[in-house]
Design a protein around this ligand. Structure first.
Ligand code: ZN
Ligand code: ZN
Length: 149
């Protein structure tokens, strides 16, 4: 599901308010990175995000991308996906959802499904405290499965 311009602005405003409340400095660069993440639906790696924001902010560094993504995760505005491929991947969709993960091209797509969302964590988790269950369905994306056919 694509975010509307209005939803995008609301998310950015939310981040600005959250930072202000926390006494944190929100730079235009950080906001630009957050906006680029909100406009990305492929769960980009820091490197992919860097390529996207560099066209608008040529002076930005990859280190700033890493630091900003860490901050966004800390503030609860983004999450880091459990490992997919060999680089970290980030998600600005904080609604409860699931993922379709392609083992060939490492594409990650959001997936919403009532049956999956109804799945409860098992009661015995060896002392682990569950917060939510997010399911990764692994396989081949449409493009990769068509390429193999
Ligand atoms: Zn694929
Ligand atoms: Zn996602």
């Amino acid at each position: 599901m694509r975010r509307t311009a209005k939803e995008l602005d609301a998310s950015v405003d939310g981040l600005v308010a959250r930072c202000r409340a926390a006494g944190m400095n929100m730079t235009p660069q950080r906001l630009g990175i957050y906006r680029a993440l909100l406009e990305s639906y492929d769960h980009p790696s820091p490197e992919a995000l860097y390529d996207r924001v560099r066209s608008q902010m040529p002076s930005i560094s990859l280190a700033t991308i890493y630091k900003t993504l860490d901050t966004l995760v800390e503030l609860g505005f983004a999450s880091e996906l459990p490992s997919v491929g060999d680089t970290k991947r980030y998600d600005a969709n904080m609604e409860h959802h699931h993922h379709l993960v392609c083992r060939s091209c490492n594409a990650v797509e959001d997936f919403e499904d009532e049956a999956l969302s109804a799945v409860k964590a098992p009661r015995r988790l060896n002392g682990f405290q569950p917060e939510y269950v997010s399911i990764h369905v692994h396989g081949l994306c449409r493009r990769c499965s068509q390429a193999k056919a």
